[in-house]
Each structure stands twice: as structure tokens, then as C-alpha cells.
Design a protein around this ligand. Structure first.
Ligand code: DGT
Ligand code: CA
Ligand code: CA
Ligand code: ZN
Length: 598
């Protein structure tokens, strides 16, 4: 289910947009934007808080707190509804065009009646914008370029947005009487980095009650197609959903078919033909007799095709069929294998939550160890100093081992680290003697993205050669749909990582997913190790790990490839980068005992 915090955050972000579009107070719009971020990142569920508790959330004052209570009680906020009523949804979507601000969007609607991106493109081609004040030929070109950018994203949405919606739909349909099974399939089940539409599959003898419940969902804005077997809708969250209802005895075949990918399905159909079978969206059939073969599970289907069950994250026709036939599918890393998170922030820099809250949340996740890696001084806006970093280290040492956790008998172990900034020449924030005091250093590029390929490659390789840099954070710096990856010779970087014992991060934030699956596959061949990290700036971000793990699986990684699945001792030895001879421990940390029998 989407957290109430996320719902409130989305509502406030929409309210801020609506204020801007309707020419409202820019200051007020910013206030709601900030509140949206704080509420989204707040650790406590807003639906459990009273007025006073709500006002303790940063950037939430009395009037905003009242709006949250109104939303929780009524499912709507009058002030937002008032503005919604003024502006058609299509006009709000106009502001998604990268070069079009809210005021221009409103002018286009009021002067020309333009109420969608397609209508806007038509209006430009018909030269209808020429007569408007403030819209010269240059503006037209900019808007057209913006529309192109928007269309090249293909209307795909990020993984977390699709997952939130899919989990809501699955929860709602699972409660319908007669629904025997319900899950999401398609690219979402394969954990692709962006999702075109959500595919939901239900097993039920009778489809009508499920279809009725589906089209009645509150966030469904339009029913695009409706039939006995399939219904397609659009939702207010900017994403379409397809629902298929199948008889329970073909669940396995249907799930296999609708999980895809198309490329993988072509290969499985070939296998079916080979076994004189026919595999389609309707089930698995014997070609000669035409008889339907009961296929209640995917395992049965793959077994009929002479294959082991193939994890959805591998189903891209990247060698998984061949590996399956040889019995050599990798034992993929899972979220349960993770023993810790090695890249996280606190409110000492740009995080939202204090150290203790982050640490307690990490313990609740059952981690054995957890690294705090706030930004270093070169990111000037973060105002880091040696003193502040050392003061944090003292706090970290005091908290170390004090929080009981499932993952380790002696309490959660804390590593004190930092996220260094890789400068234009590959230099980092501090000299070696200061770096030596950290348990681990993540190092990332945060600026100068447009250097030449040679310069960027040298820069990253130099960072790997730094004896204190353990992990290269978000290695390509891409932001999905917003910023392309840097142009760098990745093979040279991968080779440097393997040579120096530097891990590559798989940043789990759904905006990043960096490295991405294809790069992971390449890096793996160089013998590189990986760290799947949340880069959490708030407590809820710790849960984005699932997307990082999905991406790692798409890169065929096993637990052994991922350093934060390793026992603490093996991890600490890796973090020494060969600086100390094998078995001499750098520092013997006190063992913390929780109870006498431990
Ligand atoms: P998306 O929605 O663009 O993120 O990607 P998918 O993979 O979810 O694609 P979608 O929604 O068009 O279809 C869901 C699955 O249904 C797809 O992964 C495989 C199956 N499927 C759809 N159309 C075809 C087809 O023409 N041939 C085959 N073999 N399978 C198909
Ligand atoms: Ca889909
Ligand atoms: Ca679909
Ligand atoms: Zn970070």
C-alpha cells in the first residue's frame, strides 16, 4: 500500500503546482513543496499523529497540519479541490513539458483553449501561438523541443510509482470474493527501471465481480476498454493499468505469458513447439489433442518446457534460457541476503532524520551493520568541517552495538564513513591522514558532468586508486528521464575497480538505479564487487533497497558479488583495500553484550 505520508506528499506537491499554475503566491507554493518533501521523508506514519505530532514535522505549520488531518478524515482537502476545479487535468500535464512554466501553461489554456500536450503541439504547428504575448518563434522552438523530450521518455514512469499503484490494486482486488490469486506481472515483476503500464493478473472462476471492483477503484479516471477477460484503465497517477482475469487452472501459463518479456516469451514459445506444446495467453495446450494442460504454477510450465523456473528479473533473453538448459542459472542475490547498507545520510548534511532515528530504523530492518556516510566539505552547501565530522564519529561510536537487531546477536554495528566528492581531476575532499580515520569511504561525482570522455575516465580511475576509497557511488550519475549518464569508458573504470578492490555502487534510489542492469552485466565480467546501497536521506528511503536488489538481479548478481551481504569480518577486510597485512585487525572494537547468555 502507498504510505499515507506518500499520499499527503503527492497531494501537497500537486497543490504547489496548482498554486503556481493559477498564478498564486510563489512563496506559498514553495512552502507546500517543502512540506511535501518533509512529510514524504518523515519516519512516523502521519495517520498515527495528532495535530501536535504533525507540527513537529519540519516545514509543517498549523495550517498545513490541519490540511493533513482533513485529508486523513475526508480523503480530500477543500482548498486543493477548489484549485483542481479551476484547472483541467490536461493543463496540469502541460507543465510536465520541460521548457514550459506554469504561467505559460495557464496562458495557453485561457487564450487558446489548449488542454493537452498533443493539442499544444498542434497549436504550434498551426502557428497559433504567434499572436500570443510572450510567445516568439524562439519560445515555440523551445516548447517543441520540450515536447520531444517528454515524448522520448515515452510516458514511462519510475519503478517506485508503478509499484505503489500496483500494490494498491493488488490489495484491493485480492479482497474481492472469488479472487483466488492476484499479482502484478509485466515489466514491473521483471523490475525494469521504468514501467510503461502496470499489468495485473487475477485467477478467478468468475471475472465480472473482479472487473467491477477494478473499474470502481477511486484512482481510476477512465475505462479505456472493458471485456470479460481484459479491462484497461487510466489512473490519476499518470499510469495505465491492464487487468486480466484467468481461470485458476491456467494461472501458471498466464503469469508466465504476461510477465514477459516479449523476447523471453518468443524463446519459451520455441521451446513449447519443440515439445509439441502450444503456449499462449490462454494457457498451455497439447498440439495434437488440443487439450489444455493444467498449469497452476509457473514451475509446472517451465518444467514442461524442460527448464528450471527462471526468476522474472532474468527474463530478457540475455542468456537465461541457455543457462537454464545447462543448469547454470545464478543463485540471485535477494533482499534477505543483505546484512547492511553502506551509503546513508543524516540531518548533519542533507538528510532529513537525525542519526539515532536512522540507526533505529536500520536496526528494525534487521541489519547486522550500517554505515553513516554524510557529505564531505567539498560539497560546500553541506557546510561540513573536520570538527563536525569528528563529533559525529563520537556519536556513532557511542551508539555502536546499542540497538538490538535481528541480524546480529550483539546489536547493530555502525561504521562511520563519508561520501566524498570526486573533484574534476579525481581528487577527494580530505588528505590521507584524515581519510584513514573512517571505516569506509564512498566517493561520487556530483558536478562537472560534461568533461571529455578521457578526463572523466581518468577522474574515476584516480578515485579507485585512492587507497581509502571503497565504493564508487552512483557511478554514472544519471537521473532517469532527467540526466543522461556521464560519457566515460566504463570498461576502464571496471578494470580499475577490480584491480584496486574498489566496489561499484548499485544505488537503489528509483531516480537513479545506477549502475544499471546492462552495466552491471559488463562490470561482473571484470570481476568487480558491488555494494547495493539506499543512499537514504530519510527513514522511508531505507526501503528502496528492493529496487536496488531488483536491479542487481537483472545484472545476474549473486550474494557473493555484493559486499553488503558479507559477514562483517569479511566486509571489514575488503574495506582495508590491502592496506594492512591479512589478519592484523585495524582496531579491535569492543564486543557489546546484550544479555548474559549472548
Ligand atoms: P512495459 O509495459 O512497456 O513496461 O513492458 P511490458 O513488458 O510490461 O509489456 P506489456 O505491458 O506490453 O505486456 C506485458 C507482457 O505481456 C509482456 O511482457 C509479454 C506479454 N506480451 C504482450 N504482447 C505480446 C506479444 O505480442 N507477444 C508475446 N509473446 N508476448 C506479449
Ligand atoms: Ca506493462
Ligand atoms: Ca500492458
Ligand atoms: Zn549520498
Amino acid at each position: 500500500m502507498a504510505r499515507p505520508n506518500d499520499e499527503v506528499a503527492a497531494l501537497f506537491q500537486e497543490y504547489a503546482d496548482l498554486i503556481s499554475i493559477t498564478g498564486g503566491d510563489a512563496f506559498k507554493a514553495r512552502v507546500y513543496e517543502k512540506a511535501a518533501r518533509s512529510v514524504g521523508g518523515h519516519h512516523a506514519d502521519v495517520s498515527t499523529l495528532d495535530l501536535k505530532g504533525l507540527q513537529e514535522i519540519p516545514n509543517v505549520g498549523k495550517s498545513i497540519a490541519h490540511k493533513i488531518l482533513e485529508y486523513l478524515a475526508d480523503g480530500r482537502v477543500a482548498a486543493v479541490e477548489d484549485l483542481r476545479a479551476k484547472i483541467p487535468a490536461g493543463v496540469r500535464r502541460l507543465t510536465a513539458v520541460p521548457t514550459l512554466g506554469p504561467r505559460k501553461a495557464l496562458a495557453l489554456y485561457e487564450e487558446l483553449g489548449v488542454r493537452s500536450v498533443d493539442e499544444l503541439a498542434d497549436a504550434i504547428h498551426q502557428e497559433r501561438l504567434r499572436d500570443l504575448k510572450g510567445f516568439g518563434p524562439k519560445t515555440e522552438q523551445n516548447i517543441l523541443h520540450g515536447i520531444e523530450l517528454l515524448r522520448s521518455a515515452g510516458g514511462r514512469v519510475q519503478l517506485d510509482v508503478a509499484m505503489g499503484l500496483a500494490e494498491d490494486v493488488v490489495a484491493a482486488l485480492s479482497a474481492v470474493p472469488g479472487c483466488e490469486r492476484c499479482t502484478y506481472a509485466g515489466s514491473l515483476r521483471r523490475m525494469r527501471e521504468t514501467i510503461g503500464d502496470v499489468d495485473i493478473l487475477v485467477a478467478a472462476e468468475r471475472s465480472a465481480p473482479v472487473m467491477r471492483a477494478f473499474t470502481a477503484l477511486p484512482y481510476v479516471t477512465e475505462v479505456v476498454g472493458q471485456g470479460e477477460k481484459k479491462t484497461s484503465v487510466r489512473t490519476g497517477r499518470g499510469l495505465a493499468v491492464d487487468l486480466r482475469v484467468v481461470p485458476p487452472d491456467s494461472w501458471g501459463a498466464a503469469l508466465q505469458y504476461f510477465t514477459g518479456s516479449k523476447a523471453h516469451n518468443i524463446r519459451t514459445r520455441e521451446r513449447a513447439v519443440h515439445h509439441r506444446l502450444k503456449l499462449s495467453e490462454y494457457g498451455l495446450f497439447d498440439v495434437e489433442s488440443g487439450a489444455k494442460i493444467v498449469s497452476r504454477t509457473e514451475e509446472e510450465v517451465y518444467d514442461r518446457l524442460g527448464l528450471p523456473w527462471i526468476p522474472p528479473t532474468l527474463r530478457e533473453d540475455r542468456g537465461e534460457i541457455e543457462a537454464g538448459l545447462r543448469g547454470e542459472l545464478p543463485a540471485l542475490v535477494t533482499e534477505a541476503d543483505l546484512r547492511g547498507d553502506l551509503h546513508t545520510h543524516t540531518d548533519l548534511t542533507d538528510g532529513l532524520a537525525p542519526l539515532t532515528e536512522m540507526v533505529e530504523a536500520a536496526a528494525r530492518r534487521g541489519y547486522a551493520y550500517y554505515a553513516i556516510t554524510d557529505h564531505a566539505p567539498d560539497m560546500a552547501m553541506q557546510r561540513m568541517t573536520d570538527e563536525r565530522m569528528l563529533a559525529q564519529r563520537a556519536q556513532v561510536r557511542a551508539l555502536d552495538g546499542t540497538r538490538p537487531t535481528r541480524g546480529r546477536r550483539g546489536g547493530l554495528r555502525l561504521l562511520h564513513g563519508t561520501e566524498l566528492n570526486i573533484g574534476p581531476a579525481g581528487e577527494v575532499d580530505w588528505p590521507d591522514d584524515f581519510l584513514a580515520g573512517f571505516d569506509l569511504c564512498v566517493a561520487s561525482v556530483h558536478s562537472h558532468f560534461n568533461q571529455s570522455r578521457e578526463a572523466l575516465t581518468r577522474r574515476l580511475v584516480r578515485a579507485c586508486d585512492n587507497p581509502y576509497v571503497n565504493v564508487i557511488g552512483h557511478p554514472t550519475t544519471r537521473l532517469i528521464g532527467r540526466r543522461p549518464p556521464v560519457d566515460v569508458d566504463l570498461d576502464a573504470v571496471f578494470a580499475a575497480c577490480a584491480r584496486t578492490g574498489t566496489a561499484l555502487e548499485i544505488n537503489a534510489h528509483p531516480d537513479r538505479l545506477d549502475l544499471r542492469d546492462e552495466d552491471i552485466l559488463r562490470a561482473r565480467r571484470h570481476g568487480v564487487r558491488f555494494a547495493v546501497n539506499s543512499d537514504a536521506h530519510a527513514v522511508p528511503h531505507l526501503d528502496t533497497m528492493r529496487y536496488g536488489i531488483g536491479t542487481a538481479q537483472r545484472g545476474w548478481l549473486t550474494a557473493d558479488d555484493v559486499i553488503n551481504t558479507w559477514p562483517e569480518r569479511r566486509l571489514r577486510s575488503f574495506l582495508r583495500k590491502g592496506r594492512w597485512p591479512g589478519r592484523t585487525a585495524r582496531r579491535t572494537l569492543p564486543r557489546v553484550r546484550l544479555c548474559p547468555c549472548d
